[in-house]
Design a protein around this ligand. Structure first.
Ligand code: ADE
Length: 224
C-alpha cells in the first residue's frame, strides 16, 4: 500500500513514519508513506497556499489551485482508490473504516488548515472526509498520522503475530481484556491465578468476561 499525504506543514510529519511498526512496514515493502509539501504546487512567488474567505469572516482558506495541482500530479503517476480529506466535520474514524482502508492499494490524504479548504476541493476532488474525533486540532497532519498508523499496522504481515491485531480493542466491538506479564507477583500485587493455570478454555472465557465487563464500564455504547 502507498499513502501520499499532502500538507502545507510537512515538518509535522517527519518522524512518525520512521519508527516502530511503520518503519517495519516500510522495510518489509508492505507500506510506504510519502509526504508532499503543498507549497511546491503554488505558482505565486510568496508560495502562499491560503487566501481570505469570500464573503468575509475570520480565518484563511486553503485555495483550490495548489491542491488540484498536487492531486493531479499524483494521479498522473498512478491510480488512487481514495482521496481523503482530514477534517473535524468528516465521518468519525472507527476500526471498521481502518480495516476497510487497509485493504486498498493507494491512498491520498489531504490535511486541512486554518478555516479549511475551498469547498470546491471537497465537492470535486475528495472521495471521503474523515475526523479522528470530536475536537479540533490546529491542522490535519496529526490526524493524518493517526489514520495512517491505524491503517498500516493491520496490513497482513506488518505485525508478526497477526492474531495480535485481531484481538485489539474494537475488532469485535469489545474493548481488550487486561494483560499481565512477569513477575507473577510484584510488591504483593498478583497476576490473576487463572492466567497461570494453563487452562486454555478457562483463560479464553475469563478474557471474554473481562472484556465485556470493561466495555460495559467504559464504552457501553459499543454494546448497543
Ligand atoms: N483537523 C483538525 N481537527 C481534526 C480532527 N479532529 N480530525 C481530523 N482532522 C482534523
Amino acid at each position: 500500500m502507498r499513502i501520499d499525504i499532502i500538507t502545507c506543514l510537512p515538518g509535522l510529519l517527519v518522524g512518525p513514519f520512521d519508527q516502530s511498526i511503520l518503519k517495519i512496514a516500510k522495510e518489509k515493502g508492505l507500506a510506504e508513506v510519502n509526504v508532499h509539501d503543498l507549497r511546491i504546487y503554488t505558482n505565486n512567488k510568496h508560495k502562499n497556499v491560503d487566501d481570505y474567505a469570500y464573503g468575509g469572516g475570520a480565518g484563511m482558506v486553503l485555495t483550490i489551485e495548489p491542491i488540484d495541482r498536487a492531486i493531479s500530479h499524483l494521479k498522473s503517476e498512478r491510480d488512487y482508490d481514495e482521496v481523503i480529506y482530514m477534517t473535524p466535520d468528516g465521518k468519525k474514524l472507527n476500526q471498521n473504516t481502518s480495516n476497510e482502508l487497509s485493504l486498498k492499494g493507494n491512498i491520498i490524504i489531504l490535511c486541512g488548515h486554518y478555516k479549511g479548504v475551498d469547498q470546491r476541493v471537497r465537492d470535486h476532488l475528495i472521495t471521503r472526509e474523515i475526523s479522528i474525533g470530536d475536537y479540533v486540532l490546529s491542522g490535519g497532519e496529526l490526524a493524518a498520522a493517526v489514520l495512517a498508523d491505524s491503517i498500516i499496522r493491520i496490513i497482513p504481515g506488518v505485525i508478526n503475530n497477526e492474531s495480535s491485531a485481531l484481538t485489539d480493542s474494537f475488532q469485535d466491538n469489545l474493548l481488550a481484556p487486561p494483560v499481565y506479564s512477569r513477575p507473577a507477583e510484584y510488591k504483593g500485587w498478583k497476576v490473576p491465578e487463572i492466567l497461570t493455570s494453563g487452562h486454555e478454555k478457562k483463560i479464553e472465557d475469563w478474557r471474554f468476561n473481562k472484556a465485556l465487563e470493561h466495555t460495559k464500564k467504559n464504552r457501553p455504547d459499543l454494546l448497543d
